[in-house]
Design a binder for this molecule. Structure first.
Ligand code: ZN
Length: 444
C-alpha cells in the first residue's frame, strides 16, 4: 500500500470513530522536508541545553488575566524561560540569539487536546509546530506510532509538538467494527494495550496497567460501556495516575453519569444532547452524532443539571467544534453545539480546545486549532477565554500548569510571537511572526 492509500485507510478507521473528518488523514508527509529539518536540528543539538535566546521588546499576553503589559524581555536558556524582565534589566553575560520583537505579542504555545496520530505524519507534525501548536493530546490510535513520535520529539529529531496520548477502552461490541483494526495491527480486536475491550469481568487493575504500560497518560472511554463499568474504570485510572477523557455519551452511560463517575473531560459537545434522550442503548453508539437536538433545550432542566454537575465536579468540556462545523452538518446540530458551548462556558465549565484533526494536507495551511479558536469566539467566548482553552486550561487539565500555558519564568519555552493582539481579535493567532518551540526559533 502506498503512503496516501495507507493514510486514507487510517482516516477511514478514525473518521467514524471521532464523529467525522474530511481531511483527517490528509497529512501525508513530505519526506524530503523531514530529512532536511531533522539534519539541521541534529547539527545544533550539542549545545542546546545551555543556549541563550533573548526576545527583546515584546508585549507578553497574560492569558489568565486577559491583559498585556509593558514592553518586556524574555530570556530563554535551553528549553526553559529563565526570566521575563523589564528592558532596563541587564542582559545575560552570553546571548546566542537576540531577537528584536518590537511590535509583537507573545502568547503561550497552543495546545490541541484532541488529535489522532497516524504513521508517516512527521512533516505534518512539524508543520503544525511552525503553525503554533506546541503540545498535543492524541486521543486514539496506535500507541507504537504515537510513542515513536513522542520519542523523536524528546530527542529533537522532530521539531514537532510535545506528544501525550491516550489508550482507548470500549465495550467488546465496538471492536467488531473494522475501524479499530488499523490501530491494533498484530493484535486480535480489542486486545491491544492501547485499544482494549472491557466487560464486567475484565481485570481492571491489569487493564489500566497495560494501558499505562503502553506509554499512555490518558484513558479514553469510547463507547458501549454502562455507568457502573465507566465509574469503576475511572476510579482505577485515577488510582494509577491516569486521566480520563470520555465521549460525551458512551452508550448506555449518559453524560451526567460520566460526570458523576469522575471523568476529567467530556469530549464532542453534540454528544451531550443524549442526556435528554428518552432512552440510550449501547447500539446508539453507532449513530452518536444523530442526537436529539430538536427536543433537548440547552437551557432546559436536564442540560442545566448536567452543566451544573460539571461545574461542581470540575469536569472540562472539549467541544471539538471544528470537526462538526468545518464540514456540512445539520443546522440543528451546529446551533445546538454552539449554544451549549456558550452556556457551559458562561456557567463556569472549563473549556478545552481540540480539533479532532490537527492539520490539513494543504502545506500552506495553518493547523486547525486557529479555526477552533474562531468557532469558540463565534459560540460566544471572548478572545481571551478562547485563548485560555488552548493554553491555561489544557495545561491544568493535563497536569502541566506549572510548566505550560504561560509565558513566564520557569515555564517551558513554547511561545508564539504575533503581529497583532489576540485579546482584541482572535484572528491574530494566525498572524505568526515566529514560533519558539522548547527554546528554538522555528523557520516559517
Ligand atoms: Zn477523535
Amino acid at each position: 500500500m502506498d503512503v496516501s492509500a495507507y493514510a486514507a485507510a487510517r482516516c477511514a478507521v478514525f473518521r467514524a470513530a471521532c464523529g467525522a473528518v474530511p481531511g483527517a488523514a490528509l497529512v501525508v508527509a513530505s519526506f524530503i522536508a523531514i530529512g532536511t529539518a531533522a539534519h539541521a536540528q541534529r547539527a545544533t543539538a550539542h549545545d542546546a541545553s545551555s543556549r541563550v535566546l533573548v526576545i527583546d521588546s515584546v508585549r507578553v499576553v497574560d492569558v489568565a488575566a486577559a491583559r498585556t503589559g509593558a514592553l518586556q524581555r524574555i530570556v530563554i536558556r535551553g528549553d526553559m524561560i529563565a526570566a521575563v524582565t523589564n528592558l532596563d534589566a541587564p542582559l545575560p553575560a552570553t546571548v546566542d540569539v537576540l531577537l528584536n520583537a518590537r511590535g509583537a505579542y507573545a502568547i503561550p504555545g497552543l495546545v490541541d487536546h484532541h488529535v489522532h496520530l497516524v504513521p508517516r505524519q512527521a512533516s505534518a507534525l512539524e508543520r503544525a509546530a511552525r503553525g503554533g501548536v506546541t503540545l498535543v493530546n492524541s486521543m486514539a490510535g496506535d500507541a507504537r506510532v504515537a510513542g515513536e513520535y513522542a520519542r523523536q520529539v524528546i530527542t529533537k529529531e522532530l521539531a514537532a509538538p510535545e506528544i501525550v496520548y491516550a489508550s482507548v477502552l470500549a465495550g467488546p461490541g465496538f471492536f467488531i467494527d473494522p475501524r479499530f483494526r488499523g490501530a491494533g495491527v498484530g493484535f486480535a480486536p480489542g486486545t491491544a494495550p492501547w485499544a482494549q475491550a472491557m466487560t464486567d469481568t475484565t481485570d481492571l487493575v491489569r487493564a489500566v496497567a497495560r494501558a499505562r504500560g503502553s506509554g499512555a497518560e490518558v484513558l479514553k472511554l469510547y463507547a458501549m460501556l454502562d455507568s457502573t463499568l465507566a465509574a469503576r474504570i475511572t476510579n482505577e485510572a485515577h488510582v494509577q495516575g491516569m486521566r480520563v477523557v470520555a465521549h460525551g455519551t458512551v452508550f448506555p452511560a449518559r453524560p451526567l453519569q460520566l460526570v458523576q463517575s469522575g471523568v476529567d473531560v467530556l469530549t464532542h459537545v453534540p454528544y451531550l444532547s443524549w442526556q435528554g434522550a428518552p432512552s440510550v442503548q449501547a447500539d446508539d453508539a453507532f449513530k452518536r452524532a444523530e442526537g436529539p437536538y430538536a427536543s433537548v433545550a440547552v437551557d432546559g432542566a436536564q442540560i442545566t443539571t448536567l452543566v451544573d454537575a460539571m461545574v461542581k465536579a470540575g469536569t472540562a468540556l472539549e467541544p471539538t467544534l471544528y470537526v462538526f462545523l468545518a464540514r456540512e452538518s445539520p443546522a440543528v446540530m451546529r446551533a445546538w453545539s454552539l449554544a451549549l458551548t456558550r452556556r457551559a462556558h458562561e456557567r463556569g465549565v472549563p473549556i478545552v480546545s481540540g480539533t479532532d484533526n490537527l492539520i490539513g494536507s494543504d502545506t500552506a495551511a495553518l493547523p486547525n486549532i486557529h479555526a477552533e479558536l474562531a468557532y469558540l469566539v463565534e459560540a460566544g467566548l471572548s478572545p481571551a477565554a478562547a485563548l485560555a482553552t488552548a493554553t491555561t486550561v489544557p495545561a491544568r487539565v493535563m497536569g502541566r500548569s506549572t510548566t505550560h500555558g504561560a509565558v513566564a519564568t520557569g515555564f517551558v519555552a513554547d511561545l508564539l510571537l504575533l503581529d497583532a493582539n489576540p485579546l482584541e481579535d482572535i484572528g491574530a493567532t494566525r498572524k505568526i511572526r515566529n514560533v519558539v518551540l522548547r527554546g528554538r526559533v522555528l523557520g516559517r
